[in-house]
Design a protein around this ligand. Structure first.
Ligand code: DXP
Ligand SMILES: NCC(=O)COP(=O)(O)O
Length: 245
């Protein structure tokens, strides 16, 4: 099975939110991503709505359900009552539970599955009872897999930040080893494996080759940056033409 690409549209929403204007369009760019072959869309609606706003969640669900029946909607977040109620209303295909503090700039660690075992068991059961697949954001450490399995989760999402932003090749190779070992331990335990954070065109092929069992990667920051890079020349041509060139 090829690894599915879920496009995270947080960064597109963050750019839109600079002004009180409807562009760039989150649903418009999600449509382009899905038409280009993305298997799904990911959002991480944070409590301060710095990027994804409540209406984006419902606009994206409407788009997916109307025009992309096979594509999946993945919602990431900390499982407080606000987030859980939003999931229950939006009905995503997958919910990824992330241990983020509301003030956090971005996700930077996975769950302590032992300390938070009771919380996670309750939330996983609640979400699975609604028919959603559940995934737990986890650091790359095979020792964490049995605790994750005990929560009842369907999948884990490997936190790939330390691999993705490693500046040193030796450090990156060591991080890759941990990701592979955790993927293998999770697969052996019957858990599905997703991965995400700071994945790029440069570091993705090596990860997929080393851990082909990864079912899904969610990518936002680098993919959005690359979309600007690859789209800039054509856009400038269009604006130059509009200037009469
Ligand atoms: C859970 C995760 O890995 C994150 O990558 C997250 O979805 C990104 O959030 P921000 O876009 O707010 O940095
Ligand atoms: N779950 C990771 C994700 O959705 C996107 O992370 P990033 O590519 O924005 O770092």
């Amino acid at each position: 099975m090829p690894t599915h690409l879920s496009v995270n549209v947080n960064a597109i929403a963050q750019l839109r939110n600079r002004r009180n204007l409807p562009w760039p369009s989150v649903t418009g760019l999600a449509r382009i991503a899905l038409e280009a072959g993305a298997a799904g869309i990911t959002v991480h609606p944070r409590p301060d709505e710095r990027h994804i706003r409540r209406h984006d969640v419902f606009d994206l669900v409407a788009l997916l359900r109307a025009d992309f029946a096979k594509a999946e909607f993945n919602m990431e977040g900390y499982p407080d009552e606000r987030f859980l109620a939003l999931c229950e209303e939006a009905k995503p295909d997958q919910v990824t539970l992330v241990p983020d503090d509301p003030a956090q700039a971005t996700s930077d660690h996975g769950w302590d599955v032992i300390t938070h075992a009771a919380l996670l068991k309750g939330v996983v059961a609640r979400l699975k009872g609604r028919g959603f697949r559940v995934s737990l954001f986890l650091d790359a450490d095979p020792a964490l897999v049995s605790g994750a399995k005990a929560t009842g989760t369907d999948r884990i999402e490997l936190y790939t930040g330390p691999y993705g932003h490693a500046a040193d090749a030796g450090v990156q190779a060591a991080e890759l080893k941990k990701l592979v070992a955790t993927t293998e331990a999770a697969s052996a335990a019957g858990l599905g494996v997703n991965a995400g954070h700071d994945l790029t065109l440069a570091n993705l092929p090596q990860l997929i080759a080393a851990a082909p069992a990864i079912a899904e990667v969610s990518i936002g920051h680098a993919l959005t940056a690359d979309a600007l890079t690859y789209g800039m020349a054509e856009t400038v041509r269009l604006y130059a033409k509009a200037c009469g060139a």
